[in-house]
Design a protein around this ligand. Structure first.
Ligand SMILES: *Cc1c(COP(=O)(O)O)cnc(C)c1O
Length: 313
């Protein structure tokens, strides 16, 4: 085991860009570029996995097991980190079979991850302690990390991100996309004096209610930018992502960061904050997801091929 990969200081830059909307409005964004940490162990996944791997060094576990959908950024990141750190990994995948023509799963397998498919019914139990116990008994040498990597160890990595942000800028407000909510929760707790704008991409009402209640002082949620649900990619959204990249040269994808920037562009006139001065937008990475999207929707993503090729994900 060798977790040096997570030792490199990753003070990612903040890019200031301008985006012109179709109605000719100019919007400034300051973007914390965690997408630049690594192509695959990218963004919040690097932040969340770092102390899971570190913890492994001081434990009796030999490997890490986790859960994800068939195109999961977390699964891609875990497999890549496992390869770099020489730590065996297992991915429990929500799928009726392991389709190795799927680029994310092929990548994970290539990194040495053992892939095990779970039926929809089994997958629903991914957070049930009894189900985890059963799996733990089958794989006693593996540390089980929840879907998305959001656990206690993840919070340490997010605390480091918060410290980095404090050193780099003095914004009042931070915006980020919300999946499992682990990233935004970690940041909110580490930055009690900042306000947060959360853009949920998964329609999980209990999660959003609990976040809203727990962090009512600091967090405002805007749940109207899901575009029909997790992973949905209507043309209006993918065109926005494409145009945003053409103008700013900051690559985004429609599952997380695309919805975040789209929402902010729409909300900007009404939020009453100066985006150029007061707002930092967290780019949580996840660009490998573009490959899965172009696999699922080849015609819609044809024009993305050169971008995907240049990102080399
Ligand atoms: C996983 C992921 C998220 C969601 O983060 P949570 O901590 O689960 O809320 C956001 N953006 C990208 C690019 C991701 O891959």
């Amino acid at each position: 085991m060798n977790t040096d990969f997570f030792e490199h200081s990753h003070h990612t830059p903040i890019s200031s860009v301008k985006y012109t909307t179709t109605s000719q409005k100019h919007i400034s964004f300051q973007i914390k570029r965690d997408d630049l940490i690594d192509k695959f162990v990218s963004g919040n996944k690097w932040r969340k996995l770092k102390y899971n791997f570190k913890q492994l060094e001081h434990s009796n576990y030999q490997g890490i097991a986790s859960f994800g959908g068939a195109f999961s950024n977390h699964i891609a990141a875990l497999s890549a980190a496992g390869k770099k750190a020489q730590v065996p990994t297992i991915g429990f995948i929500r799928s009726h079979e392991i389709d190795l023509t799927n680029p994310t799963l092929a990548f994970a397998e290539n990194n040495g991850m053992k892939l095990i498919n779970l039926t929809r019914e089994q997958y629903k139990k991914r957070n049930d302690p009894e189900f985890i116990d059963e799996l733990q008994q089958q794989f006693p040498d593996y540390l089980f990390v929840p879907e998305g990597g959001s656990n206690k160890a993840a919070q340490y990595g997010l605390k480091e991100l918060a410290e980095e942000i404090h050193q780099q800028c003095s914004v009042t407000t931070i915006a980020c996309a919300i999946g499992s909510g682990g990233t935004i929760s970690g940041l909110i707790e580490a930055m009690p004096s900042k306000k947060f704008i959360g853009i949920p991409v998964v329609n999980d009402k209990p999660l959003l209610d609990s976040l809203q209640q727990k962090y009512s002082e600091q967090l405002t949620l805007y749940p109207n930018f899901m575009f029909g649900g997790y992973g949905k990619t209507p043309i209006q959204l993918t065109d926005f992502c494409y145009d945003f990249y053409q103008q700013t040269h900051v690559p985004i994808e429609p599952i997380y960061t695309g919805k975040l920037f789209y929402a902010l562009t729409e909300l900007e006139p009404n939020l009453g904050i100066d985006f150029g001065q007061e707002l930092l937008v967290l780019h949580t990475g996840g660009l490998q997801g573009l490959k899965g999207l172009s696999y699922r929707h080849p015609a819609q993503f044809r024009q993305w091929q050169p971008i995907i090729a240049s990102l080399d994900v």
